[in-house]
Design a protein around this ligand. Sequence first.
Ligand code: PLP
Length: 354
Amino acid sequence: MVHAPARPPAGAPPVRINLYSDTQTRPSPAMKEAMMRAEVGDEQHGDDPTVHALCDRMAALMGKEAAIYLPSGTMCNVIAILTHCGKGDEVVAHETSHILHSEGGTHAALTGVQIYPLKGARGQFTADDVRAAIRPKTRYAPPQRLLEVEQTANIGGGTIWPLAQLNAVADVAHGEGWSTHMDGARLMNACVAAGIAPREMVAQYDSVWLDFTKGLGAPLGAVLCGSAEFIGQAWRWKQRLGGSMRQAGICAAACLYALDHNVDRLAEDHANAKALARGLRQIEGIVVEEPDTNLVFFDVRDTGLTVEALQARLALQGIAVSGLGGRVRACTHLDVTAPMIEEAVAAIRAAVSR
Ligand SMILES: *Cc1c(COP(=O)(O)O)cnc(C)c1O
């Protein structure tokens, strides 16, 4: 039996304040206008001008030669790993990484790589941690091929890898002849919060992708960037996996709209996340991690409530939060306003003190 994500309890009102995930945004009327006006063609055949425009723009933004439009971030990770690695190869990544926990066992099922899980606070590891993971090049050890990082680190707390640390771990990997891959699901959150241009942030990464459905407000799509050769090979996997599309420009138009209108405003989400953390910190029994970006993780064990009990109480007020790794996660995004944050803090205070 496979469980679907939890639904609100019977009798709960519709969700008004959705802190469950930054994936739950709805396309705005202006984004839908842009989608309606999109020039389209057969994407699989290489004829969709809007998809070409998106890929060209993303390659330039990331300072890479080429880019490929894919239906989801998960497919970006799967295709990047299939392109960098062969069966039996090893990928070195953090123990909390999305590729390990949230891709349905795809690396056992499809890519055939194994993952070497590194420890480290807040979803990050150091150059020394990578050095300590280097295996001898013997017939016994799995061949190590790829280093993977998440910017921002989701389960790590939406944390931002400092640029020097990103570069230091990539240097160790390249020194060993491995490739480097960045899961940039929320890369723009990191770039906006740190004030660092994407091309500088990802310069030492051979491949990188950005999700347009994580706080950027688009209904679907992610773009994977890399060398022309890498993207050429990625296209073969896209075709094999059924990720080649037809009039995909309708969705690519939403992504272009997001690049124009929804990137700089991520700073508002970060300010709202900080306000939420400040408010929660005033509530007895709640332990809050200081957010770097738009994800606020907090522990409610000392209030005597479980994560599920808190979720159920908030659901009755039309407020949704998620549970991740025994903690509560609240995400801010473009459908969450400052007054909603105040209301959510008050509702959480009431829920835990009842
Ligand atoms: C959401 C997410 C993914 C997967 O992206 P989808 O578009 O949901 O497939 C991968 N990595 C991280 C860090 C994510 O947060």
